[in-house]
Ligand binder design. Sequence first.
Ligand code: G3P
Ligand code: CA
Length: 336
Amino acid sequence: MHKTAMALGCAAILSACMNSETEQGAAAVAWTTLSGEPPIIIAHRGASAYLPGHTLEAYELGIDQGADYIEPDLVLTKDDVLICRHDRYLSITTDISDHAEFADRKTEKDGRNVWWAEDFTLAEIRTLRSREDYPHRSKAHDDQYAIPTFEEVIALAKRKSAETGRVIGINPEPKQSAQLAAIGKNIGAALVDELGKAGWQGADAPVIIQSFEVAVLKMLNRQVDVPLVQLTLSKTYFDETLPHESFIEIASIPDYADAVGPSRRLIVHEDGTVTDLVERAHKLGLEVHAWTLMGDQDSPDGLSPEDETRRMHDLGVDAVFVDDPAQAVRIRADRN
Ligand code: G3P
Ligand code: CA
């Protein structure tokens, strides 16, 4: 198992929190995370409540707001470069529909007749600009920011670490490795290679990798020593008649990963029922990395964003994916 990097990250956060609290004269905090240390704050797609997600600008804002890690979702270009997008299709989060030169490049895949990252070279991707995909968020920053490569995100984390004196981690999620394998692309290998170029494959690297896919996590467990997170969500996501429980058996995860990354609905159901997931995971030695605290929407059971964050703290969640890192950092610092 690969606890070292997460433990190092927690120690740095604890030190920062303790210094802050000591200056303010606040009482010591009792955290019920697995380590007993404050939860990690992961800027989900960057500070995505403020700027279009998966841009260098959103990642940097997340760091400036105090996030410990930034989260790039990854897909592959035609020339096998890792770029940061939540989806392989480019139609929603970029301005590609305005590029007449690409009008004849739409392709029907997965039931969508759109443009796909793996059909465009990096040079072509570089001509696109990002767009906000959540309807309730501002589009004021649309069509301004480029689509970054994973290499550029690593460089950003290293530069900001040097500038701030904080260890800024990355939390990459390779997307759709099985679908990419079916068309001859190996996103897991590309991720291992890029981490190798950065010197970030070891247990001391500020890297936590997450995926919904067991196979790619098992491959990564053999090839790198950074912590791994098995993402999961409720079976009801696929079929509302199925039980409201994880589609991955939690007890199987310690064989190949260090944490479970559940949807927040697996921690507290929509009716407010608190589950035993955190307790079960901790008994197995697994951290719990919960997604996603949006910061600008109430929880599914009706708590304000601030109170939902406080409840995650009360339940002992070890890391939170957040769209509003400033809010998450403030609430973590306020806990006493
Ligand atoms: O990776 C954690 C969380 O981000 C999973 O959801 O859809 O935002 O990648 P998604
Ligand atoms: Ca993600």
